[in-house]
Design a protein around this ligand. Structure first.
Ligand SMILES: [Zn+2]
Length: 228
């Protein structure tokens, strides 16, 4: 699977184009909140064969431009089921962030994804791992080599858990499940550079509790929730 990153919008969100190399079938992951991704993808030569839109979570910077994408690519769209309450606030999230000009309809969701679901992208099978905490239902899409994690995990950091619908205790559990996946997986985060699960397990200061549990060298540790 080929992974292309497009950093867009005023939050500098990383959106992705995943392409199954055997068939050319592509999936757009996340949207930004402006028409920047539509313009970037429309400029690609050859034009991508977009088969689906996958959303990691319902924050404005990740899902806010869904309607703009669907005007161009009217394809099946996937969102984690537990994310529905947050997604339904999209029409007013712009106002909440002080940018009412970004208030717009949610767009259409065709598939409400659940933990363990498999999604066929050409000959590639994408799996879905539910990783709530930053939001009620955020999740990750992955194959044998790459994982797109939204705001679950960043290089050297993790997604904020102090938003109104966040739950730090859930994030503690979700990171434990995420970091149980193979360390060679390349991590494509919602913000910042690419990393791997192995690198983060070894050095991310927010994952000290996982190193302790596994008897790994402690390294720098930030205690950010009970049990960490
Ligand atoms: Zn977010």
């Amino acid at each position: 699977m080929k992974v292309q990153c497009f950093t867009v919008g005023m939050f500098g969100v990383n959106t992705y184009l995943l392409t199954d190399e055997a068939t050319g079938a592509s999936a757009i992951v996340d949207t930004g909140e402006t028409d920047e991704l539509v313009r970037a993808l429309s400029a690609l030569e050859p034009a991508p064969d977009v088969k689906m839109i996958l959303l990691t979570h319902g924050h404005l910077d990740h899902a806010g431009a869904l309607t703009l994408l669907q005007e161009v690519w009217d394809v099946p769209t996937y969102l984690p089921r537990q994310e529905r309450p947050l997604f339904e606030t999209l029409p007013v999230q712009g106002r909440m962030f002080g940018m009412p000009q970004l208030d717009r309809p949610c767009g259409r969701v065709d598939h409400w994804v659940e933990d363990g679901d498999a999604i066929a992208l050409g000959e590639t099978t994408l799996r879905f791992l539910s990783t709530p905490g930053h939001t009620p239902g955020q999740g990750c899409y992955f194959d044998e080599h790459d994982i797109v994690v939204g705001d679950t995990l960043f290089a050297g950091s993790i997604g904020r858990t102090d938003f109104p619908m966040s739950d730090p205790a859930q994030a503690v559990q979700s990171l434990r499940r995420l970091l149980a996946l193979p360390g060679h997986l390349r991590v494509h985060s919602g913000h910042g550079p690419m990393t791997t699960l192995g690198e983060e397990l070894a050095s991310n200061p927010f994952l000290g509790y996982l190193r302790r549990e596994r008897g790994l060298p402690a390294g720098p540790t930030i205690r950010w929730a009970p049990g960490t």
